[in-house]
Design a protein around this ligand. Structure first.
Ligand SMILES: [Zn+2]
Length: 179
């Protein structure tokens, strides 16, 4: 099993839209040869439906050693769920003044997001209000109906993330997960 993941979650896709967005992203990733089907899925060793393709090194930042394997499997999810950063969890910060949300307040807001709709959070320092998914941070929690998990991949290149967001939707969020 993996011990880290880069998650790209898209926040505008409705439950109804998510399967089509996930399919569009999958087709693009396959066409770019960033991923390929996993010929031998194994529930313990290699559970993901997709594995890195021959062009996977093009999706990661230059710092990656191009001779080594890029990472493990890729999961493309189209069900509404919580995408959490595991052991990296840190409450997000205000986009205006960088004050961090209190952890207990944040968890309450995430629960509201999961049960109902995305809440608005107000900064206790500068009173800026923003949708919870617009607070800043790569170690926060998002509720999304479509997401791509890159298990044990190194940091992804900005150009690749832009290309992926063209297919997932306009409100992509990156989550750095540690298990
Ligand atoms: Zn603030």
């Amino acid at each position: 099993m993996s011990d880290s993941a880069i998650i790209i979650a898209e926040l505008t896709a409705s439950v109804e839209e998510a399967p089509a967005r996930a399919a569009a992203a999958t087709t693009w990733l396959l066409d770019q040869r960033i991923i390929r089907p996993n010929d031998r899925p194994d529930p313990l060793w290699r559970p993901s439906r997709y594995v890195p393709g021959p062009a996977a090194p093009a999706a990661v930042r230059d710092t990656h050693d191009s001779n080594g394997p890029v990472g493990d499997g890729i999961d493309i999810l189209d069900q509404r769920q919580v995408h959490d950063p595991g052991g990296n969890y840190t409450p997000p910060t205000c986009s205006n003044c960088t004050t961090q949300l209190a952890e207990d307040a944040h968890i309450t807001l995430v629960q509201h997001w999961l049960d109902r709709t995305e809440p608005i959070a107000t900064c206790e320092n500068c009173a800026t209000s923003a949708l919870l998914g617009d607070w800043t941070g790569q170690w926060a929690i998002h509720v999304a109906s479509v997401a791509v998990h890159f298990n044990n991949w190194p940091p992804l290149a900005d150009a690749f993330l832009l290309g992926l967001s063209d297919h997932l939707g306009p409100r992509c969020r990156l989550i750095q997960k540690r298990i």
